[in-house]
Ligand binder design. Structure first.
Ligand SMILES: [Zn+2]
Length: 170
């Protein structure tokens, strides 16, 4: 790793911090914030998207992505849902499920992720996927495709959703 400010070498000073030997810049290893949204339709089915690009091309995930600078978790969740499904959600319609630690390997770098999961009901809405996905699929809660969902935090978010909110789905 090299210094973001002057380009000199960084030296690890603590488990979560590296310091530049030349200018003193301190680089902290904070996780990247991401969001995941469990969407349930009027039949009680959960929405999954088939990924169109790597990592995990062809596998499934729930809608979500990285939080941008200046966004709250709720704003990021609404934006990602709009981008990936065409649906407009309000922040008030999101229910917090939990937060999860994960890793995300992207172009050879392994990023530490802190993912926050929400759920929302979408009734009978029409889905319009983006280029990020090949198709969308709704699964009934007794047939959820966990073996095709490689992102562990996605699986945990859906499972915790079932545990915490879905009383009749068992
Ligand atoms: Zn420096």
């Amino acid at each position: 790793m090299f210094c973001l400010r002057c380009g000199a070498k960084l030296k690890r000073k603590a488990s979560n911090m590296q310091q530049c030997l030349s200018c003193g810049f301190e680089f902290y290893d904070n996780p990247k914030a991401s969001v995941q949204v469990v969407l349930e339709n009027d039949k009680g089915e959960i929405l999954f998207l088939r990924r169109a690009s790597d990592p995990h091309r062809g596998m499934l995930n729930t809608p979500g992505g990285f939080v941008e600078v200046g966004e709250t978790l709720e704003e990021a969740a609404c934006r990602e849902v709009k981008e990936e499904t065409g649906l407009r959600l309000k922040s008030e319609s999101l229910h917090y499920i939990g937060s999860y630690i994960d890793q995300y390997l992207y172009k050879g770098t392994n990023y530490s992720i802190l993912s926050s999961a929400f759920f929302a009901r979408i009734g009978k809405s029409k889905i319009k996927i983006s280029k990020e996905s090949m198709e969308f699929l709704f699964y009934p809660k007794n047939k959820l495709p966990f073996k095709d969902v490689p992102i562990k935090s996605d699986v945990r978010g859906v499972k915790d959703y079932l545990k915490k909110f879905d009383k009749k789905g068992k």
